[in-house]
Design a protein around this ligand. Structure first.
Ligand SMILES: Cc1cc2nc3c(=O)[nH]c(=O)nc-3n(C[C@H](O)[C@H](O)[C@H](O)COP(=O)(O)O)c2cc1C
Length: 223
C-alpha cells in the first residue's frame, strides 16, 4: 500500500471532525477530490469508517465554515468628484469593522449587474444630479428587476448640496420598490451633504456614514 504523503492525514472516525461543523465538513467533502474518491458521504453518515483528507483541507475546514456564515455586502456607487466614493469607503470600513461581514465597494462602470446575486446585501450610492440619482444608477436599478434577489436586502445613500436632502435616496428607494420588489430595505436611505459641487463632504457627515454601516451590520446579523 502506498505510503501516505506527509501532507496527508488519516482520520479514522468522521466524528473527530465534529468541531469543524457540519457545513464545513460537507463543503470539504464535496470540494476535495481526495475525499470524494475515497469515501461516500450521506448526511454526515459515512459508509466507510475511514476517511482521508489532505492536511490542507483539514486546516481550511474552519476557514470554510466561517466563510459560509459571513454575510457579503457589495456597495455600488457612481461619483464624479470622489465624494460619493469617500462615503462608500466609510460605509464599507464600518461594515468590515463589525465582524462577520465582508463588504466591498465597486464603481458602477465596473459592475456586471448579474454579480450582485452573489451578495446578501446590495448598497447603492449616487450623487444627486438634477434632484435625483444619476442616469447610470437609474439604469442599474432597472436591471436589478431581472435578477433573482429573493432573500436579499438593500440600502441606498446619496450626496447632495443645497436643499436636496434625501431627494435622491427617496427616488432610489421608490424605484427599487417598483423594479425589484423582492429586494427588501434594511435601513432608511442616508443623505450626505457636500459643501460645493466638487465637495468636500461637510463636517460631521462622514460620521453618519460610519453609523449607517454599523446599523446595517447590526440588522444583517439579526436577519
Ligand atoms: C450635473 C450635476 C447636477 C447636480 N444637481 C444637483 C441638484 O439638483 N441638487 C443638489 O443638491 N446637488 C446637485 N449637484 C451637486 C452634486 O450633488 C455634487 O456634485 C455631488 O454630491 C458630488 O458627489 P461626487 O463627488 O460623488 O460626484 C449636481 C452636480 C452635478 C455635476
Amino acid at each position: 500500500m502506498a505510503r501516505q504523503s506527509e501532507d496527508e492525514e488519516a482520520v479514522n472516525r468522521p466524528e473527530e471532525l465534529g468541531e469543524v461543523g457540519e457545513v464545513g465538513l460537507k463543503a470539504a467533502v464535496f470540494k476535495s477530490p481526495t475525499a470524494k474518491n475515497k469515501m461516500r458521504h450521506q448526511n454526515l453518515t459515512f459508509t466507510q469508517n475511514s476517511l482521508h483528507l489532505k492536511l490542507g483541507d483539514l486546516k481550511n475546514l474552519r476557514k470554510m465554515e466561517i466563510a459560509n456564515t459571513t454575510m457579503k455586502v457589495i456597495i455600488v456607487y457612481e461619483s464624479k468628484y470622489g465624494n460619493t466614493k469617500r462615503a462608500a469607503e466609510a460605509i464599507m470600513e464600518s461594515l468590515n469593522e463589525a465582524g462577520g461581514i465582508e463588504a466591498s465597494i465597486r464603481e458602477l462602470k465596473e459592475v456586471n449587474p448579474n454579480d450582485v446575486q452573489n451578495y446578501d446585501a446590495i448598497l447603492i450610492g449616487s450623487p444627486n444630479h438634477m434632484g435625483g440619482p444619476t442616469g447610470g444608477i437609474r439604469k442599474f436599478i432597472d436591471k436589478l428587476g431581472k435578477l433573482q434577489l429573493e432573500g436579499k436586502v438593500f440600502a441606498v445613500f446619496d450626496t447632495y448640496m443645497g436643499k436636496d436632502f434625501e431627494k435622491a435616496v427617496k427616488k432610489m428607494e421608490k424605484k427599487i420598490s417598483e423594479k425589484a420588489p423582492r429586494l427588501k430595505k434594511i435601513a432608511d436611505g442616508l443623505s450626505i451633504k457636500v459643501q460645493g459641487i466638487k465637495g468636500p463632504i461637510a463636517e460631521g457627515e462622514l460620521q453618519k456614514c460610519k453609523e449607517f454601516g454599523k446599523n446595517i451590520a447590526t440588522q444583517l446579523k439579526k436577519s
